[in-house]
Design a protein around this ligand. Structure first.
Ligand code: CA
Length: 231
């Protein structure tokens, strides 16, 4: 059964989320205090985490980082729940490892659609062969990425993004195209979200850079990307 960890300190919102998630057939676990998140997440092993950004105890941004740094949880999708007017926090949250965000008050059906989309994306893709480009190898059976001998840790969104780029090496892929392929066409995600995740992917892959930014066009895998002087 798919389990969702609800990290939220407002009791009313916890009740609403729990009710709706269970109605959809998900199993749920709840944490209301920031300092209990990591221990509960390690025990419950959720398939997805709904993370309130304004939490007593530990700020959402620190939790996001801790979740991504923890081996057992590094691939668990995170949806941040932010209050209105925390626009800058959304981008920071995405750059610290969240996969999506919703602004409160949010529509429950939209949240359910985003959860479903993110879970679909996090499932291992049925690809028979490994993909490789330069010194990078994607092993789908083990859901592992290697650069040379070094293992690269990617969150689910970066993994899908890299997969899509590696399926079309050299092709310039527009942000719209990447959004549609990686995030799915049914949900609304801002184009700059693509840039944030590309930045995270680049950072995780390290030097030399193999993702070329094509101004006003998109991104491409390119062996000479680091010589372009663009970013
Ligand atoms: Ca809160």
């Amino acid at each position: 059964m798919t389990k969702i960890l609800i990290v939220e300190d407002e009791a009313g919102l916890v009740t609403l989320l729990k009710y709706n998630l269970e109605k959809q057939g998900y199993d749920t676990a709840v944490v209301m205090d920031g300092k209990d998140v990591m221990t509960t997440a390690l025990v419950e092993k959720p398939d997805l985490i709904l993370l309130d950004w304004m939490l007593p105890g530990v700020p959402g941004i620190d939790l996001c980082r801790d979740i991504r740094k923890t081996y057992e949880l590094r691939s668990t999708p995170i949806i941040m729940l932010t209050a209105r007017g925390e626009e800058a926090d959304k981008v920071r949250g995405l750059s610290y490892g969240a996969d999506d965000y919703m602004t409160k008050p949010f529509s429950v059906p939209e949240l359910m659609a985003r959860i479903a989309a993110l879970l679909r994306r996090a499932m291992p893709q049925p690809v028979e062969e490994n993909l490789s480009f330069a010194d990078i190898t994607m092993d789908f059976a083990k859901r592992r990425v290697l650069r040379g001998d070094k293992q690269i840790h990617l969150g689910p969104t970066e993994f899908r993004l890299l997969q899509f780029l590696m399926e079309k090496p050299g092709d310039v892929l527009s942000r719209e195209n990447l959004l549609k392929s990686v995030w799915g066409g049914s949900i609304h995600v801002e184009l700059r979200t693509v840039d944030v995740h590309i930045r995270r992917l680049r950072c995780a892959l390290g030097e030399p850079d193999i993702i070329r930014t094509v101004r006003s066009a998109g991104y491409a895998l390119d062996l000479n990307a680091s010589e372009e002087g663009e970013s």
